[in-house]
Write a protein that binds this ligand. Structure first.
Ligand code: CP
Length: 324
């Protein structure tokens, strides 16, 4: 694996999921694999899970991880080609990225979209600039349009749950429902895009996406899924429900329906197949998901967040193994 930006960087999803679960069983199996290697974790936006789980994953591989909060501690970076830098940006990515590539063996980047200019956000200028100019492997810790480490974790968590359930892998395909949920602010489409892209590529589920009209995601990611505006219909017989808010893709970054009726409640779980409920976290309690769902046995959000370590460890291990 050269970079980890999207599911397209993965040759065998099943093998990567199995590797992550093997690390969960034996975290220190490759404790020396990353010896004498350094990974730089660059944050242009906040994080709890991604930052700490990747640090733990690196430590489990014997690798040193150094965190740099670029947004708070670094120079303001310029990404535009040919920019006349007489404004607020101080250092061009063409100059900064090769320096960082000298300090680190792998660079991991978190960057959010502006939600103002769709073309710009969907060009993935920030992460692609690091790929172009750093000279070292790049791992996305969430980019403008995708969150691949989260999506790998989500499939790891689904497979783990299936392995412990009568349904099991190899039985009928589980019904997985991605449902839009209300929120207090406009959020990116990246978690939903990425989840759809990975579930479609995985190919082991009956996959349904439900959202109010106007929240259609890019078909680049959703092709292959059944899409409906009827949440009750979508949730019928669901085995897994993935709850997430996103702002409009068509009317980019806009929020024009925040209908509380879309919040996932205990009542909505009744017609499901005792569905497991997932969310990437952080979650707005009693806005996106009710307390009673989050505090019930149906919720696997803590297990899911815990699995971020094993997904990150599998990815770092693949990159180290193929590169060094
Ligand atoms: N799910 C996720 O990416 O969490 P953080 O934003 O806390 O890293």
């Amino acid at each position: 694996m050269k970079n980890f930006i999207s599911v397209n960087d993965v040759t065998d999803i099943h093998a990567l999921v199995a590797k992550a679960l093997a690390y969960k069983s034996n975290p220190f199996a490759d404790r020396h694999l990353g010896a004498d290697k350094r990974v730089g974790l660059l944050f242009l936006n906040p994080s709890l899970r991604t930052r700490l789980s990747t640090q733990v994953a690196a430590a489990n591989l014997g690798m040193e991880a150094i965190v740099f909060n670029v947004d708070k501690e670094g120079w303001a970076l310029e990404f535009a080609e040919g920019a006349i830098m007489n404004g607020t940006t101080v250092e061009h990515i063409k100059d900064a990225a090769p320096v960082l590539g000298n300090y680190f063996d792998i660079l991991c980047i978190r960057t959010f979209p502006s939600l103002k200019n769709r073309e710009e956000d969907y060009s993935e200028q920030v992460i692609n600039s690091f790929v172009k100019f750093s000279g070292v492997p790049i791992v996305s810790l969430e980019s403008a349009t995708l969150h691949p480490l989260q999506s790998l974790t989500d499939i790891v968590t689904i497979v783990e749950s299936l392995n412990n359930s009568p349904l099991g892998v190899g039985g009928r395909k589980p019904k997985i429902v991605l449902t839009w949920a209300p929120h207090v602010k406009a959020l990116p489409q990246c978690v939903a895009n990425s989840f759809a892209q990975w579930i479609n590529a995985w190919g082991e589920a009956e996959f349904v996406i439900t959202h109010p009209e106007g929240y259609e995601l890019s078909t680049d990611y959703t092709n292959g899924a059944t899409i409906t505006h009827n949440q009750d219909e979508a949730l019928k017989d669901a085995d897994f429900i993935y709850v997430k808010n996103w702002s409009s893709y068509a009317d980019y970054g806009k929020v024009y329906n925040n209908d509380q009726a879309w919040m996932l409640t205990q009542e909505k779980l009744q017609p499901t197949n005792n569905a497991k409920v997932m969310h990437c976290l952080p979650v707005r309690r009693n806005v996106e998901l009710s307390d009673e769902v989050l505090d019930s046995n149906n919720s696997i959000v803590t297990q899911e967040a815990g699995n971020r370590v094993w997904a990150a460890q599998a990815v770092l291990s693949e990159i180290i193994g193929s590169r060094f």
